[in-house]
Unconditional design. Structure first.
Lengths: 358, 283, 292
């Protein structure tokens, strides 16, 4: 038993190492500006955010739609803390250089991004986590909108730069030049690893119990609010880190891009991957980004086959095809790619994990 | 004769939903080491009584004590002041209301099963029991996530496995809980309840859906776990054979009111009970 | 003071009435299916585009009814294609499907319109300016509340006094039992979507007469606000939705009057959260308990 477990662990580690090597190799071969590198970067960022959302929606059964709000908090925290001193005057030109007059490193700023998002979640969670089902969904959506409004509020402009762009902070291009994919993969890998550790601990089991049956979970002594709050804060922490990564990917930031449609997009990724499957969310993120940014690009431009002009192809057609595909998944393949199983569980009999004492 | 200690005591419990009185002024007590049954026709308010004990409902009026400590005390409030149809509304007016959520009550040592089986449906039998051991953890999120609680994790798994053995489901440990036959699901619910280390076990129709042979076995099984885990058992049941076989005392409920109380022999001969169950011919 | 506030009040009542017409669709669908129809705001937007394209070649007397018909067809189709197959699925699946439809409609509209804002046509009898006291405003400001109240009263009568209305009430109380009693659930649900879409079409004509730029995502915010209005009024209650919408419309404009324009959207959601916390059933909603 023990040996097989170790074998599996080694196999997983090898798999992860292979993925890292592949990411690094592709960037070396095709250069940092190629489409495939863009897809790998953005796909990894979305993977983290999707997994953080799946933690709530798929593992605890909380239908929360606040992800964009927490990403916004994380992205802004990161950008505000890392804009170099020399450039602050230019960025905050309407606010006398802003309030924040110090700069911290990239890693501390990312951790701060997660922590501030988590603090927001802790405060918001106290009222909203008592709500059920769709009321929770609409309340979290509402809070995300409120956060967006506050960030753009002129009075705190010296902090957030109001509705102006935040820019010139360290981006993927200049943090680890030429190794941007490796950097994103490392950060995302560590974060998803942490989430997996939590999901597979006794706390993760309690969360799944809440998803399956709140009343029974409570009757088994699981404090619903405590565990929901815990999941909400953890999810928001990683959404905040994901927001910071997104800021690095985009190169500049504006609050207005963090709309509810962003949350919807992430929710659709989670559903395509399978509610309750971490590996599903990761796979779906890369597929989603690759399809929307790359594979379906040809649908957006006119195409001539001989003298025949292929009909329908025009800007925007890509997203139409794409959303039809999503609807097909939502309607006919409701379990998504992975259902509630993980990649590394394939081939094992359902639930044959640790029934015997290991 | 040693002193009788009561484990659970309901005092003047009334539970009213709007104008509907589900339980009317119910008082009863369950003593240490006893098996007490609550019987009555469908809709008599039995499960509602359980829900008042376990914190799912807040009784409209009355008090519940567990080992002498109040775990639910209430008097009609808000809209219910007007609608309250029971008696003794003033008895608890001066007392401060006591409310505990179901998880706190379970933590105090009351565990329950459900009439309409509520297992964690995406989990295996083993995981169902394992989840219930979460309550008595000493690890926190940090130690659990970073696997600094290996010894405790091992203990939890051992405990879950041994409880499955106790209820005879060791073979089915890795089956999906909801794929088990009915009778086994009920046993699994009992194992899960036991994993919270209760001193009082509430069983809501444990024999429902079982065949006569399974029911007989269940009776022995309940007595067996009661002795093995030093439990007090309070159960709702419709199978009269089972009730009469294993109960020390029986309470009979009809239309939310207690109509009789006594030993199995007394209940069997009680004309009021017979009338409630069989109906009385109107002249 | 009052003269300064008057234009804001008028605008508030007007936009509130427009929200009310959208909110009716939300509240009816929620009452029956327990579904937040996230696509409703996009159906409202689609109605705007229908008018943009139809009025280019048709006179208003033809285009106005045609817009309503097309919107109704759209709403009906969305229900049949995206929600009906999920009748027995968990509620979360239907809500996700609604989000998917919203995503699809927005992308489709972007594709068909080229993503550029379209100018909404001038509808006769709505866009003229009139004076009320010290304030000048468009006729639509006055027409909206009147029309809204008339439509809502008509709808309430329909629900209380017709057979299909009775069926709707029955389905909203208990889906399964209504089905067992021989009510054709699918017809009732279709009618609900038809009414909701028609109301949204009327709402869009009034709304875009004031805010004349139609873009693929323009309906998202009014849609969300209308949903908040429905929750505020007590979801499932049609008069509640109207009153909720008016309150939101007016408060939003008063906040603008106070110079806090950036917070007018945030206020709506703050209100929503307060309502959910202190009176989750809204102003006119009914309480339900879960059976254990």
């Amino acid at each position: 038993m023990k040996e097989r477990k170790n074998a599996r662990l080694i196999l997983s580690l090898l798999g992860v190492a292979a993925i890292y090597f592949l990411g690094w190799f592709i960037e070396q071969r095709s250069g940092s500006k190629s489409m495939v590198v863009t897809v790998l970067q953005k796909g990894a960022v979305y993977a983290l955010i999707a997994v953080s959302m799946n933690l709530l929606n798929g593992f605890v059964g909380l239908f929360s739609l606040g992800q964009a709000g927490f990403m916004l908090v994380g992205a802004y925290t990161y950008a505000i803390l890392t804009i170099p001193m020399a450039k602050r005057a230019a960025v905050y030109q309407y606010y006398d250089g802003g309030w924040v007059q110090f700069t911290v490193g990239v890693i501390p700023a990312m951790i701060a991004a997660g922590l501030i998002a988590a603090v927001f979640a802790a405060l918001i969670g106290i009222p909203v986590l008592r709500l059920k089902g769709d009321y929770l969904a609409i309340a979290t959506l509402g809070f995300a909108e409120i956060i967006r409004a506050i960030v753009q509020w002129d009075t705190i402009g010296p902090l957030t730069n109001g509705s102006n762009l935040l820019k010139t902070y360290p981006t993927l291009k200049n943090i680890m030049p030429g190794n941007s994919v490796l950097f994103v993969f490392l950060v995302v890998g560590v974060c998803i690893g942490l989430i997996l550790l939590i999901i597979n601990s006794t706390y993760g089991r309690a969360m799944k119990a809440i998803r399956d049956d709140e009343i029974a979970a409570e009757a088994m002594g699981i404090n619903l609010f405590h565990h929901k709050q815990m999941a909400f804060v953890i999810s928001s922490f990683f959404a905040g880190v994901g927001g910071a990564l997104l800021a690095m990917y985009q190169g500049s930031l504006q609050a207005n891009s963090f709309k509810s449609s962003m949350t919807y997009e992430i929710l659709l990724i989670v559903v395509i991957g399978g509610l309750g499957s971490v590996s599903g969310s990761v796979i779906a993120s890369f597929l989603f980004i690759a399809a929307s940014e790359w594979w379906l690009r040809f649908l957006d431009s006119e195409m001539l086959v001989g003298d025949f002009k292929v009909p329908l192809l025009a800007p925007g057609f890509r997203m139409v095809v794409f959303s039809v595909v999503i609807m097909v998944v939502v309607l006919f393949f409701r379990r998504g790619i992975m259902g509630d199983r993980e990649l590394w569980e394939i081939g094992r009999r359902r639930g044959a994990k640790g029934g015997r004492i290991q | 004769m040693s002193e009788v200690k009561n484990v659970l005591r309901l005092e003047n419990i009334t539970m009213q939903f709007g104008g509907v009185v589900a339980i009317n002024n119910l008082s009863l007590q369950v003593n240490e080491g006893e098996i007490v049954a609550l019987i009555g026709p469908n809709g008599a308010g039995k499960t509602t009584a359980f829900n008042c004990v376990t914190g799912v409902y807040e009784p409209t009026n009355g008090a519940v004590y567990f080992h002498g400590k109040p775990i639910a005390v209430n008097h009609p409030q808000g809209k219910m002041v007007r609608q309250y149809a029971g008696e003794l509304a003033n008895k608890y007016r001066e007392t401060r209301p006591v409310v505990y959520s179901p998880d706190r009550i379970t933590a105090m040592g009351i565990a329950r099963t459900f009439q309409n089986i509520r297992l964690f449906k995406s989990q295996t039998a083993f995981e169902n029991v394992l989840i219930a051991t979460h309550l008595r953890r000493s690890s926190n999120l940090f130690t659990a996530a970073f696997r600094l609680n290996l010894r405790e994790e091992r203990r939890m798994r051992e405990k879950a496995m041994s409880l499955l053995e106790t209820v005879g489901l060791a073979e089915e440990a890795d089956e999906l809980a909801t794929s088990l036959p009915y009778g086994k699901q009920r046993r699994l619910e009992i194992a899960r309840a036991l994993a919270t280390d209760p001193t009082l076990l509430l069983l809501d129709e444990p024999a429902a859906g079982m065949n006569p042979q399974e029911t007989d076995e269940l009776g022995e099984f309940i007595v067996d776990i009661k002795n093995r885990f030093n439990l007090t058992v309070f159960m709702i049941e419709h199978h009269m054979n089972l009730v009469m076989d294993i109960s020390d005392r029986i309470y009979v409920l009809d239309f939310g009111r207690q109509i009789a109380e006594g030993t199995p022999q007394e209940i069997q001969q009680n004309p009021v009970v017979i009338a409630a169950y069989l109906g009385v011919e109107e002249e | 003071m009052f003269n300064q506030l008057l234009p804001y009040l008028l605008a508030g009542i007007s936009v509130g009435g427009q929200y009310a017409l959208i909110a009716v669709g939300y509240t009816m669908v929620y009452g029956i299916l327990r579904l937040i129809n996230f696509a409703h705001g996009d159906i409202f937007t689609a109605a705007g585009f229908f008018m943009v394209y139809l009025s280019a070649s048709l006179p208003p007397a033809v285009s106005i009814p045609l817009v309503i018909v097309l919107t109704v067809v759209l709403g009906f189709t969305v229900e049949r294609v995206a929600y009906k197959p999920l009748r027995s699925a968990p509620r979360m699946s239907i809500m996700i499907s609604a989000i998917g439809v919203s995503y699809l409609l927005q992308n489709l509209m972007w594709y068909l319109t080229g993503g550029l804002a379209k100018q909404y046509p001038v509808l006769p009898g709505l866009s003229e300016t009139i004076r009320i006291g010290e304030a000048t405003t468009k006729v639509v400001t006055i027409v909206t509340p009147v029309l809204t109240v008339a439509l809502v009263v008509g709808l309430v009568m329909l629900i209380n006094h017709t057979k299909i209305g009775m069926a709707m009430r029955a389905v909203s109380v208990d889906f399964e039992t209504a089905q067992l009693m021989g009510i054709k659930i699918n017809n009732v649900i279709s009618v609900t979507f038809i009414i909701g879409s028609a109301m949204a079409a009327v709402g869009s004509m009034l709304f875009f007469t004031n805010y004349t730029a139609v873009t693929p995502t323009v309906g998202a915010m009014p849609g969300l606000k209308a949903f908040v209005a429905a929750v505020f009024g007590g979801i499932g209650s049609i008069p509640g939705a109207m009153i909720g919408a008016l309150i939101i419309g007016i408060s939003e404009n008063l906040i603008k009057a106070a110079g806090l324009t950036a917070f007018s959207d945030a206020f709506t959601f703050a209100l929503l959260i307060l309502v959910l916390l202190f009176r989750p059933t809204g102003l006119f909603g009914e309480k339900t308990t879960e059976k254990v």
